[in-house]
Design a protein around this ligand. Structure first.
Ligand code: BDR
Ligand code: CA
Length: 317
């Protein structure tokens, strides 16, 4: 049986790995890709989504979404991590199949009503499109089956600031709307994604596969890997977004705790995810109706990487 997924993304190199995984997984049916600003401006991230469907030989529609955070102007885009084109400076020609589809949040709303309690969202960029869905139609939270979010951090500190993870930092007001909603949420934050490394030898293995995807993933990742080498002396890269996609298909690779997630909108701590674990006694309990969500605390990293390599070998085109 296939599970319906809308893939919300800001491609982005690690987004590409995650999207290729979801598109080729035999039990996942991606019914649409929605794009958001984040790693690059919205026009580039949308172009990139079209490049990725072409390269993965998929026949999925792309829906362009938010160009900026809900309430703030855009910040600086991290071209030094993902390249000027968001795909490691491969400078791919502008795809020809770009369509004028409906706006991303309208697409999500439409499909949620068409398939009530069947739609799962994997969100690996800023949460602006999802917040727009909730703002436009607050009742929708009852019929969206789940959201798996790559974002936030519990005990791992931040990556874009000392305390904040980039996707949440990029639109903290949107993230707060989503975490406050009644949608069943799984948060895959830096506590686990900083434990999953894709090494140079994994990338070499991908490139050796008898498909075009592996070679393409190698091509786009060399810029990303160089960034990790130069800034962190790592021989490979964090596998943020793919870890979230794999948490969706294989939650048994993770240990989750339940908690309420709050997002700081303050200047210094902007985007920090503050978590009240349900099992813990807090001297200052938080008086708030929001639901406890699943927060990934531990991960079996090897299993995550092996699952990706297995899907790449068996199913990627
Ligand atoms: C997240 O931020 C983006 O740069 C990555 O694509 C990932 O979604 C990691 O913090
Ligand atoms: Ca991303």
């Amino acid at each position: 049986m296939s599970i319906k997924v809308i893939f919300d993304t800001d491609p982005g190199i690690d987004d590409a790995f995650a999207l290729f995984y979801a598109l080729s997984h035999p039990e996942v049916e991606v019914i649409g890709i929605t794009t958001v600003f984040g790693n690059v401006p919205i026009d580039i991230s949308t172009n990139n989504a079209y490049i990725l469907i072409e390269k993965s030989e998929s026949n999925i529609q792309v829906f362009k979404g938010a160009s900026k955070p809900l309430l703030r102007p855009n910040g600086n885009f991290p071209y030094f991590i993902h390249g000027d084109d968001g795909l490691g400076n491969i400078n791919h020609a502008r795809p020809e199949n770009i369509k004028d589809n409906i706006e991303a949040s309208d697409f999500i709303i439409d499909r949620a009503y068409r398939y009530p309690r069947e739609i799962n969202i994997i969100a690996v960029g800023p949460l602006t499109n999802i917040a727009n869905v909730i703002n436009k139609d607050p009742k929708i939270v009852e019929i969206i089956k789940s959201i798996t979010i790559m974002g936030g951090s519990w005990f791992a500190g931040g990556n874009i600031s000392p305390v904040a993870e980039a996707n949440i930092y990029n639109d903290p007001e949107a993230a707060e709307i989503v975490f406050k909603s009644k949608i069943p949420i799984t948060m895959i934050g830096l506590d686990v994604t900083h434990k999953v490394f894709l090494t140079a030898s994994h990338i070499k293995y991908l490139a050796s596969l008898k498909n075009n995807s592996g070679k393409f993933l190698q091509d786009i990742s060399s810029f990303y890997v160089k960034f990790y080498k130069e800034t962190k002396n790592m021989n490979g890269c964090y596998f943020h977004d793919a870890t979230a996609a794999i948490a969706f298909t294989n939650p048994e690779f993770f240990i989750f705790k339940k908690g309420k997630v709050f997002v700081s909108q303050d200047r210094l701590t902007r985007g920090q995810t503050v978590i009240f674990e349900s099992e813990k006694f807090h001297e200052t309990p938080i008086d708030d109706e929001r639901k406890n969500i699943n927060i990934a605390k531990k991960v079996q990293s090897k299993k995550v990487i092996n699952k990706f390599l297995e899907i790449a070998e068996k199913y990627m085109k």
